[in-house]
Design a protein around this ligand. Structure first.
Ligand code: C2E
Ligand code: CA
Ligand code: CA
Ligand code: CA
Length: 286
């Protein structure tokens, strides 16, 4: 048992080394990856729980690495945040996504569906970058997209304890009509009363809540918590989006609890822009 333990230790050590090497390699490759156009965006539909219609999509960035294949954001966003590349990368994601939204909205206008909206993730580093408001305004104007078509997602943890200087750019964007969503809500320890201070209009309930709806009947305490969050959110005029919906039972449970919008594999995995267009079109005409 002792030698097996030793082997395991060596193996774990070797894995840690390999991970560190990859991390270093990825970090140094990041800037050229942006120049070479190795990043691409997948879109996952946001679905209205009441009528099942597609209302928009969240933009999720990926890296098509020449050696490692497609890498998910969890592999490189932390590295990009560490090196500061997240600012130009985030700006690129915003620009691509807003242009994509314009394209959908034009193609979709003919089918008389609700105009599709686009959700884009914002890293805490982008929040503190002085160019945020101006970049966003310029990107929207250049694409001819109205601010109310855009939702910026900021994690709850990024805004915990946020001072006025941090909130100011978000407030300016919100005043222009951009929606701000509090992402991964429920995973931090924010004071619920604090919500009133934040310029947010949407709560995105973390996947862990959705997961607890998997069992049937769901844990009554979990049900109460979600019910409480939803009623508090609605009393503050916030809409509630739930993420990670994987089954119809979860969707139904969350709809009954009063959640407004849902996202998850049950509806669609993140995919190419044309797929989102097809899904939106199918439910507008079918
Ligand atoms: P997030 O904002 O919480 O995004 C939701 C994540 O859940 C996505 O992972 C999505 O693919 C995944 N997901 C969606 N539906 C389901 C489901 O039904 N079940 C399960 N198990 N997972 C589901 P992804 O694409 O790997 O992104 C991970 C995180 O990376 C995102 O979490 C977000 O925080 C970050 N991220 C993605 N794109 C960007 C970006 O452009 N900028 C920044 N700053 N962060 C990004
Ligand atoms: Ca998000
Ligand atoms: Ca989230
Ligand atoms: Ca998350």
């Amino acid at each position: 048992a002792k030698s097996a333990g030793g082997n395991r230790f060596e193996l774990a050590d070797a894995e840690a080394d390999a991970r560190a090497i990859t991390r270093h390699g990825l970090t140094t490759a990041l800037p050229t990856a942006l120049e070479r156009g190795e990043f691409f965006i997948e879109y996952q539909p946001l679905v209205h729980l009441g009528d099942g219609s597609v209302r928009g999509a969240e933009a999720l960035v990926r890296w098509l690495h020449p050696q490692h294949g497609v890498l998910g954001p969890d592999r490189f966003i932390p590295l990009a945040e560490h090196t500061g590349l997240i600012v130009p990368l985030g700006r690129w994601v915003l620009e691509q996504s807003v242009r994509q939204a314009r394209d959908w909205r034009e193609r979709h206008a003919a089918s008389a569906g609700t105009p599709l909206r686009i959700n884009v993730n914002l890293s805490p580093c982008q929040l503190t970058h002085p160019g945020l408001v101006q970049d966003t305004v310029e990107i929207l104007q250049a694409a001819g997209v109205a601010p109310d078509a855009l939702c910026l997602e900021v994690t709850e943890s990024a805004l915990i304890g946020a001072d006025d200087a941090l909130l100011k750019p978000l407030r300016r964007l919100a005043d222009m009509g951009v929606d701000i969503a509090l992402d991964d809500f429920g995973t931090g320890y924010s004071n619920l009363a604090n919500l009133r201070r934040l310029p947010v209009s949407i709560l995105k309930l973390d996947r862990s809540f959705t997961q607890s709806m998997q069992r049937f009947p769901a844990d009554p305490v979990d049900l109460k918590i979600v019910e409480g969050i939803v009623s508090l959110a609605h009393s503050l005029d916030l809409a509630v989006t739930v993420e990670g919906v994987e089954t119809g039972a979860q969707a139904e449970q969350l709809r009954i609890l009063g959640c407004d919008t849902a996202q998850g594999w049950y509806y669609a995995r993140p995919g190419p822009p044309d797929r989102l267009h097809e899904l939106a079109l199918a439910d507008a005409t079918g």
